[in-house]
Write a protein that binds this ligand. Structure first.
Ligand code: ZN
Length: 498
């Protein structure tokens, strides 16, 4: 069975800049709008008689309906069903905003389970570089984008099944990523990775070409499809030490010119802080400030090692911080001062980070972890509440993305999740937010609506064949690992050949 769009395969390689592939298959045009297959999403949806409607962390309604028209929430209250409406009964269910994973690297879906006991810098050499070598060879030389299509579908499927409706994905082969999201019905922000120093030379794109490619993604995909945008672009110089001063300056210029947002890893490890102190004589955040990058358009990922002056700068410039507790724990990076940030009024979003350092795209587990580690570290159970964590995973996630989602109210995007509460680990419900944060699992998510379209109903994916996606992920993921072991960048490579 043919699972991959023809243009993702090398035989139909699209030479850079050409519209038509040699085999005659056109790369899909995201400007095409709603296809026949997607027409159903414009239907009016009535989620009826929900036991709980969690509008946001502080507002919960009981025994109400939620009405969706087009891609927006039309209202919450009591509605008389009309002929032609899609009625979803929700007694015994909690209806909540879709969770937002504000930072991930979906290519790492194929690297899960490969890292244990290795800190970030060593992990790059042992796991990341050999894989990136294979990914870039496929993309840059063979024009083969099947890997990216497969990891993006697998990642989106895992997120949908766990109640996540949107993510910010710092990734590679972005055409394949965006096409996968369109096909499965996911919403996402592609953070186009920009790197021009520190990593091995063979993994770096020629600087002018890298910039041209980034601008090409913006032109083709930002705000697509035009009639109901689900795809957006951010610029993402990976870290302050992976991007040269020239690249950081270019990022700020293009952000202003194109009206984009920016995502950067900041102060993730002590190594990074020491490196920037040695080379620039300041902290990573204040180094970025020199390039005009620290403002409300920045999402600063990690922020584990920050002094009070850094935190004050984050507050003053209204930067959104993105907290990745499980990744920070697994890589031994530390624990971000989240309670202090929230106390200062800094919005902190929540995220899974890449599957190589987590290894799940499960925001329910991430919420639980975020709350528990702060309580333990501070030896104070009151230091971070379930309500604060729920807001991080929804409202502040939407702020990081720059989209009107994360809260259930009329006019917001209809990204809605229905959780089945009729489960032994969820009854009785005394406080629905506490139940969702401390008790609920991704597998309790029953139905997921993204942009007003039911993409999962009764745990069945509605948009694609789930078995095909899992088969693609298994096939491509195993192939990537096999070929990574033969990459010249694999640490044992030379040794193995001797
Ligand atoms: Zn990351």
């Amino acid at each position: 069975m043919e699972r991959y769009p023809a243009w993702t395969k090398p035989a139909c390689a699209l030479a850079r800049g050409r519209r038509r592939a040699p085999c005659g298959k056109r790369r899909p045009d995201p400007r095409r709008g709603i296809s026949d297959k997607e027409v159903a999403r414009t239907m009016t949806i009535l989620i009826q008689n929900a036991s709980f409607i969690v509008c946001d962390a502080d507002h919960v309604l009981q025994d109400q309906d939620l009405l969706i028209e087009g891609n927006r929430i039309a209202g919450i209250g009591r509605f008389t069903p009309q002929p032609g409406w899609d009625i979803i009964p929700a007694h015994g269910r909690a209806v909540m905003p879709g969770l937002i994973n504000a930072h991930t690297h979906l290519y790492q879906n194929f690297l899960k389970g490969l890292n244990d006991g290795v800190p970030l810098v060593d992990w790059c050499a042992q796991v990341l570089y050999p894989a990136a070598d294979v990914i870039h060879t496929d993309h840059w030389q063979a024009h083969d984008e099947r890997l990216g299509y497969a990891w993006s579908l697998a990642g989106a499927l895992e997120m949908i099944q766990n109640g996540t409706t949107c993510c910010i994905n710092m990734d590679m082969t972005m055409d394949a990523v965006f096409q996968a999201w369109l096909d499965i019905g996911f919403r996402g922000i592609g953070a186009v990775t920009l790197v021009d120093q520190w990593i091995p030379e063979c993994l770096r794109r020629e600087p002018a070409l890298m910039r041209q490619e980034a601008l090409g993604y913006v032109e083709r995909w930002h705000g697509m499809p035009a009639d109901s945008p689900r795809i957006h672009i951010m610029l993402a110089p990976s870290t302050p030490f992976l991007a040269s001063p020239a690249l950081l300056r270019w990022t700020a210029e293009q952000r202003d010119r194109l009206g984009l947002r920016v995502q950067i890893h900041v102060a993730e490890t002590r190594y990074e802080v020491e490196q920037i102190a040695q080379t620039a004589g300041t902290t990573p955040l204040r180094y970025l400030e020199r390039f005009g990058l620290v403002d409300e358009r920045l999402t600063a990922v990690h922020c584990v090692h920050m002094d009070e002056e850094d935190l004050e700068l984050l507050r003053r410039r209204e930067v959104v911080v993105v907290h990745n507790p499980k990744s920070n724990l697994k890589l031994g990076s530390g624990i971000a001062p989240v309670p202090r940030m929230l106390e200062l009024g800094i919005p902190v979003a929540l995220a899974n980070d890449g599957a190589a350092s987590n290894d799940l795209l499960d925001m329910f587990e991430e919420m639980r972890c975020a709350a528990l580690i702060q309580k333990g570290a501070a030896e104070n159970p009151g230091v971070l509440s379930a309500r604060q964590v729920f807001r991080m995973a929804t409202e502040y996630g939407a702020r990081a993305c720059g989209i009107p989602a994360g809260v259930l109210e009329a006019g917001r995007l209809a990204d809605v999740v229905i959780v089945n509460l009729r489960r032994p680990h969820l009854v009785p419900v005394h406080d629905i937010i506490n139940t969702l944060v401390y008790c609920a699992k991704g597998s309790d998510v029953e139905t997921v609506i993204i942009d007003g379209r039911v993409v999962m109903r009764g745990r069945q994916l509605q948009t694609m064949n789930e078995d095909d996606i899992i088969a693609m992920a298994e096939e491509r993921g195993q192939d990537l690992r096999r070929r990574s072991l033969h990459s010249p960048l694999f640490p044992g490579h030379r040794h193995a050949e001797e």
